[in-house]
Design a binder for this molecule. Structure first.
Ligand SMILES: NC(=O)c1ccc[n+]([C@@H]2O[C@H](COP(=O)([O-])OP(=O)(O)OC[C@H]3O[C@@H](n4cnc5c(N)ncnc54)[C@H](O)[C@@H]3O)[C@@H](O)[C@H]2O)c1
Ligand SMILES: Nc1nc(=O)c(N)c(NC[C@H](O)[C@H](O)[C@H](O)COP(=O)(O)O)[nH]1
Length: 229
């Protein structure tokens, strides 16, 4: 199946959490890591998050550096990569920042179960891709994104989308900034939530690099095919 080269870039606490037990955003990255994230966005054809992240963080997913935006425009691209939301039931708020901030292509991936009135509203602001019956069929969605010319895809979470993408074998690399803080909380989202693997189909990783960065550490992993999947 043809799909984009896909990497997850995320930040987590030293105890593996990506936000608080109230799902409130925590600033985990330092400025250097935020700048690195900005460069990754600028170098990607698209940036994708799950609806849970949109509802919790209201991200714009835009490139912040004007220099990086100018470089994109000079190379004939739009100033921002395409911004994509995985949103099976079309719950993206009409007044979300992603619609208000920054220029560029917006894609919302819904499932067939999404209410048609909500889809119609979102269709006025974004390209709608339909994939899957109840939740989004991520394999079908990735194939569709590739056919739309998206060759390099950045995933920025959250916890459940990371599970969906990894468990479907759709992720090539993972970059995680591990920050110098403990968030704790049994219900706080981790880097990968969802159903979870059993001992027979655990996803193994290959370490590409480990780099001390400010008060944390940046880990880069290759995600080999999972024979257990
Ligand atoms: N620290 C970080 O780097 C970082 C990055 C992003 C989000 N976050 C945090 O993560 C939390 C959000 O994570 P989350 O798990 O609630 O939501 P999420 O962003 O992972 O979105 C998951 C939702 O996407 C939809 N979806 C549709 N089809 C799917 C499929 N096949 N597989 C998976 N999801 C599918 C479902 O509605 C699902 O609940 C927030 O608290 C946010 O602050 C942290
Ligand atoms: N890399 C990273 N480090 C963090 O410390 C942190 N809290 C996030 N959080 C996930 C998501 O990336 C943010 O919700 C957006 O980065 C919001 O910012 P934008 O408006 O999109 O620029 N991501």
């Amino acid at each position: 199946m043809e799909r984009p080269f896909t990497f997850i870039n995320s930040a987590m606490s030293a105890d593996g959490k990506i936000s608080t037990k109230e799902r409130k955003q925590v600033r985990i990255s330092g400025q250097i890591d935020f700048n690195r994230m900005d460069q990754l966005r600028a170098g990607s054809d698209a940036v994708m998050v799950g609806i849970g992240t949109v509802l919790a963080d209201d991200p714009s997913l835009t490139v912040k550096s004007s220099e990086l935006k100018m470089e994109r425009i000079a190379s004939g691209k739009e100033e921002n990569p395409a911004r994509i939301i995985v949103d099976s039931k079309a719950r993206t708020p009409i007044d979300a920042d992603i619609f208000k901030k920054g220029e560029g292509k917006l894609i919302i991936i819904v499932s067939e179960s999404a209410p048609s009135d909500k889809v119609a509203l979102l269709k006025e602001k974004a390209i709608i891709v339909v994939a899957g019956k109840k939740s989004v069929d991520l394999k079908q969605a990735m194939s569709e994104l590739k056919s739309q010319g998206i060759d390099r895809l950045m995933i920025e979470g959250g916890a459940t989308l990371n599970w969906g993408m990894i468990s479907n074998g759709l992720v090539d690399e993972i970059y995680t900034f591990v920050g110098n803080l403990i968030i704790g909380g049994k219900t706080a989202p981790t880097f990968t939530d969802g159903e979870g693997f059993t001992e027979k189909d655990i996803q193994k990783l290959e370490l590409i690099d480990a780099e001390k960065m400010e008060e944390g550490i940046l880990l880069k992993w290759k995600v080999p095919a999972n024979p257990g999947q």
